[in-house]
Write a protein that binds this ligand. Sequence first.
Ligand SMILES: NC(=O)c1ccc[n+]([C@@H]2O[C@H](COP(=O)([O-])OP(=O)(O)OC[C@H]3O[C@@H](n4cnc5c(N)ncnc54)[C@H](OP(=O)(O)O)[C@@H]3O)[C@@H](O)[C@H]2O)c1
Length: 272
Amino acid sequence: MNLSNTKKQRLKAQYGEWAIVTGASSGIGLELATQLAAAGFNLIINARNEERLLKVAQQLKNHKIEVKSVVADLKDKDGVEKMIQSTRGLKIGLLINNAGYGTSGLFVDASLDSEINLLRVNCEAVLVLTHFFAQQFKQQGRGGIIFLSSLVAFQGVPYAANYAASKAYIQSFAEALAVELKPFGVDVLAVAPGPVETGFGQRANMKMDNAMSPDQVGVSILAALGKRTNVVPGLLSKVLTYALRTAPRFMKVKIMEKVMGGFTKHQRSGVG
Ligand SMILES: NC(=O)c1ccc[n+]([C@@H]2O[C@H](COP(=O)([O-])OP(=O)(O)OC[C@H]3O[C@@H](n4cnc5c(N)ncnc54)[C@H](OP(=O)(O)O)[C@@H]3O)[C@@H](O)[C@H]2O)c1
């Protein structure tokens, strides 16, 4: 799917000239960066793997835009600082806090370091980047911030306990900032996708059923910015969200135990 010309023009007029997309070398971030490039945004893109990021930068330049690639690990304070420094002197209008990953299995058996690193990437880096750019956007009187939350953000999720908690933080943070920043002309959007077929499943060691493709979610995310504060992209995610909405919280946790137990079966049996 592609953005219509009207939507491209609205986005560019409201949030141009430059957009930042963290984690832009794969999956949802790559799809969002591609749609923004087609809309005429110049891009600052980030990921850890340099080769893959530079390849993506080359593809994006086919849209006759400027692209700055920032190879940085957002679990490190230096990596986040490098992102901020790379934007000096540029007219940034849009921040997409996309980089993130999951872990799965029994929390008690997980490496504590790797769970702390997950919080650094999924939450701390988002906090720091948002604080910096929200100040800039407030001063400009315009801007947009997109946060990648998840369907797992709305209740505890056994076998993905820390990942789901990190997304609950993102969801809550985004909802509150949407209200705080509105009077300054800054739009905030929390995006809560269900399973999407990306590099996520492999890294999280999850086998996700009925996953959508990134191009089924990208356009609805960008189209929602400035129109709403929450979006659940894709039909399946919407059905799941509405089905879960009326259930009491303990029941949602039970349902998610079954869902995530299915996604991570091989781990709990001790094979993975
Ligand atoms: N896929 C899903 O089912 C799903 C559902 C709900 C929410 N989400 C959220 O959507 C976002 C995007 O995930 P995705 O599904 O598109 O996953 P993906 O295909 O694995 O893409 C993740 C991107 O983030 C980059 N990245 C990972 N760790 C990083 C780090 N420490 N520092 C900087 N960049 C890093 C990756 O590149 P490098 O590996 O080169 O760093 C890649 O570009 C995440 O926040 C995820 O939690 C995904």
